[in-house]
Ligand binder design. Structure first.
Ligand code: FAD
Length: 292
């Protein structure tokens, strides 16, 4: 099924989850066990990331297959332009189709570790919008793309960012998923600008619960999400106590979600970091799904 249809049919917000493949040195069964736990939460779909720098793609496929054909949940496979020539993109799409996965989050991707800037692969693509056009030409896929309410690290000009987003959506995007953010006002301001630009596809909000202070500081330094003062105080207060940090981080995520829900959003996409219990607590405390 095309996930885009869910945004038309389902009560909003559509609740979805994201997992990542374990490192090649760790058994794939680790994430299969996580999926069993997440399946019980009855998300509308589960997405699986594509290794930064383009590595580990076989695991992305294997996990997407597992989500779709073993867990019986719609799968959204992330795919990036990094290191892929057009024929290799087609090969990935063929393999996704072979396991009935018809939903792709099309991304440019970040450079592999050790490289500073993104390099367009020979006979490959420079921007996500080109990959989207390529996938769209095959007609079988529902396509999602990334949106950045606080701007992208390489483009802090919000006007340009929205212009590029519109170009991307016009290539045939069915829905958007946002980069994580911790200040809902950033999103409300972004949504205004998106609407003004005539972008009208559904937007699912990416929420990352803070479960570990050092980890969140590392991630935000890479993706550029702003840490508001209120969250900074919590990070400083609880950074040395895992249990307290987790409790405060879950509360923060719940507050964010409840406020978003009151603002008629289309979807909530939880970056699970392959955790089950914490995600279950968030869904229970916010009541954003009645299935838990
Ligand atoms: P694009 O939309 O192509 O944008 C890249 C940059 O180019 C931006 O600065 C943009 O402003 C600029 N730009 C776009 N179009 C033009 C144009 N026509 N002219 C000039 N400049 C332009 N990364 C992974 O490696 N694996 C994943 O699984 C993964 N999952 C993600 C999931 C979500 C929900 C999000 C938000 C991000 C994810 N990322 C992932 C990170 C993503 O790959 C990076 O943020 C990457 O740097 C940008 O990807 P994009 O698809 O947004 O690129």
């Amino acid at each position: 099924m095309h996930i885009g249809e869910l945004f038309k049919k389902k009560a909003k917000p559509v609740v979805s989850l994201e997992v990542f493949p374990p490192k090649p040195t760790s058994p794939i069964e680790n994430v299969f066990n996580t999926l069993e736990g997440l399946k019980a939460l009855k998300p509308s779909f589960i997405s699986v990331t594509y290794g930064a720098g383009g590595g580990n793609s076989a695991r992305t496929l294997e996990i997407a297959d597992r989500i779709k054909n073993h867990c019986g949940i719609e799968a959204l496979a992330h795919l990036t332009c990094v290191g892929l020539a057009r024929e290799e993109i087609d090969n990935m799409l063929d393999r996704l189709e072979a396991c009935q996965v018809h939903n792709v989050l099309a991304l440019r991707g970040d450079p592999p570790a050790g490289e500073i800037s993104f390099k367009q692969p020979a006979n490959g693509y420079r921007y996500a919008q080109e990959l989207i056009g390529h996938i769209k030409d095959r007609r079988q896929f529902c396509i999602a793309a990334a949106a950045y309410p606080e701007g992208h690290m390489e483009c802090r000009d919000m006007g340009k960012s929205i212009e590029y987003l519109k170009m991307k959506v016009d290539q045939g995007v069915d829905f958007l998923i946002t980069q994580l953010f911790f200040d809902n006002n950033s999103y409300y301001a972004f949504r205004e600008r998106v609407l003004q630009a005539g972008i009208d596809c559904p937007i699912s909000i990416g929420i990352m619960p803070v479960l570990n202070a050092a980890q969140i500081e590392r991630i935000t330094s890479l993706c550029g999400a702003r840490i508001p003062e209120k969250l900074k105080i919590l990070l400083d207060k609880y950074r040395n106590s895992t249990a307290d940090m987790e409790k405060a981080g879950i509360e923060y995520a719940c507050e964010q979600i409840l406020d978003l829900r009151d603002h008629q959003i289309d979807g909530i996409h939880l970056y699970t970091m392959n955790k089950v219990e914490q995600i279950k607590t968030i869904l229970q405390q916010t009541g954003i799904t009645t299935m838990v």
